[in-house]
Ligand binder design. Structure first.
Ligand code: MF3
Ligand code: CO
Length: 254
């Protein structure tokens, strides 16, 4: 449960995350190296008065995660150059005065194929369905169920090993929010809680494995994967999305 002062700091962190993702979205193009995106993100975050929350978290070596094609999450930026049609998941966490916000989006480089487009659309919709359950009176697994139903209804696989989380002074707080499950279970949602919802959706089977670098998670079957995330506060009237980008307002996607 956050006080109004804490929530105000998280709103500020959320604005920096949203602005950073908007900047990264405009930079994604064939030929760009993923390390270039990391550098642009760190510059943007520090200029905005924030700190990149992932850097050094459990030894993570970069400011953001960039997960390309069959990479699901926690891809480490490096010399890899994006190619036409790549599916690029960007994950950004920021701290402002010790309070966090965390969001992710999946962008398509150049001219994507129809399956990639549908994968991203379904992942965005699953996140939106989850956010629709972020209101007083719902329980954590109502979010889980809404996400799973949307993903599986579209014929895609939802990753089981990683879920959403509470967020505040720490980037990962209680409760854990699985992206699958039966409705009406788990903690009751109350005004003042802040949650990061983040479905990871595979075009094929939901199975994943960890690469030898200890971070990069990839699909077991080599299929494409997408990841969308928002930090959402629960108000008496429903969800307040703290990481909404101004460049997405008015769009059908969030
Ligand atoms: N949004 C991701 C998560 O909550 C980001 C974590 S990246 C890490 O799992 F480097 F901080 F681990
Ligand atoms: Co997160």
């Amino acid at each position: 449960m956050k006080t109004s002062t804490e929530l105000e700091l998280m709103r500020q962190a959320g604005k920096v995350v949203a602005g950073c993702l908007a900047e990264l979205r405009s930079r994604v193009a064939p030929g760009v190296r993923t390390i270039d995106l990391d550098r642009a993100a760190e510059r943007y975050i520090r200029r905005s008065g924030g700190k990149p929350a992932f850097k050094g978290y459990r030894g993570y070596p970069a400011s953001i995660c960039v997960s390309v094609n069959s990479q699901v999450v926690h891809g480490i930026p490096g010399p890899l150059r994006l190619a036409d049609g790549d599916v690029v998941s960007l994950d950004v966490g920021v701290a402002v005065n010790g309070y966090h916000a965390d969001a992710a989006t999946t962008v398509l480089a150049g001219t994507p194929d129809p399956v990639a487009r549908r994968l991203v659309a379904v992942t965005e919709e699953a996140l939106a369905r989850g956010i629709g359950r972020v209101r007083p009176g719902c329980r954590v697994s109502d979010i889980s169920h809404a996400i799973q139903t949307c993903v599986e209804g579209a014929g895609f696989g939802v990753v089981r090993e990683y879920g959403g989380h509470g967020i505040g002074r720490e980037i990962h707080e209680e409760p854990e929010i699985p992206n699958f499950g039966l409705p009406a279970c788990g903690p009751l949602l109350r005004p003042g809680m802040v949650l990061a919802l983040e479905p990871r959706v595979n075009a094929g089977d939901p199975g994943v494995r960890l690469l030898e670098d200890g971070w990069t998670v990839v699909t077991m079957d080599g299929s494409l994967s997408a990841h969308c995330e928002h930090t959402v506060a629960i108000t008496p009237d429903g969800p307040e999305i703290l990481t909404l980008s101004l460049d997405r307002v008015g769009s059908t996607m969030i």
